[in-house]
Design a protein around this ligand. Sequence first.
Ligand code: GUN
Length: 291
Amino acid sequence: MELIDGKKIAVKVKQELADEVNRLKANGERAPHLVAVLVGNDPASETYVASKVKACQEVGFKSTEMRYSADMTEEQLLAVVDRLNRDTDVDGYIVQLPLPAHISEEKVLMAINPDKDVDGFHPCNVGKMVTGLPAYLPATPAGIVELLKRYDIPTQGKHCVVIGRSNIVGTPMAVLMSRKGRHADCTVTLCHSRTQNLKEMALQADILIVALGKPQFVTADMVKEGAVVIDVGIHRIASDKTKSGFRLVGDVDFEQVAPKCSYITPVPGGVGPMTIVSLLQNTLEARKGLS
Ligand code: GUN
């Protein structure tokens, strides 16, 4: 069993991005500029946005955090989006989700200029991804593909089972793994809450990608000997073995499952660090133009 070290790969990709920023600057060009819009003070969103801003600083990008109170109106947020769309100093931006209940996420995401949509959430980018045109890819699936590439894990002709069909992870993951290419070309099964015989489906996976958001859901009896297991979940659970009284776990029961795998991502330090790196890669592309 080999651990897929997302933390190590993220450091490497960030170094490559920093080199690219230095090349841009040496050519007299400005660094990429990412803006993160945060509405309200959801603690998880605060943490994510802080990590994104820190990662920008690490690679030499300009970053701006725009914070608004939870009672801002939808109209006010749409006005912010409109300003960002027209601001030529901003290459890409994200509106951190979830938004307060009185603001329509769909309306806001639809208002983002697809050329600046570095989250890859706009239907224009989703449509381009599905048809294989250059597009901003959603960060978590793109990060997973990058990990498979960097570890040179064979995917062509393999059976990839994805558990979870969210717009942000499961659905685009299934699309990317089924596309043509050396690091794709899988036969894909997309499982979800209504799937019958989930265990039998999971057992067929050469590559099992788990993104359903339930702590330690995947157990050893659901995993084929020699499978590659990618764990997208991250949860805080109570623990009497740590000083803090909690520990982080994924959607996979790591201790049980790991001995059966050829490769597995740990939690933390697997998929998580790659998600932010993908956002940085998209922002660099936004600066240079999609290719
Ligand atoms: N909320 C949780 N993940 C994400 C993400 O990748 N982008 C945005 N904008 N919001 C999120």
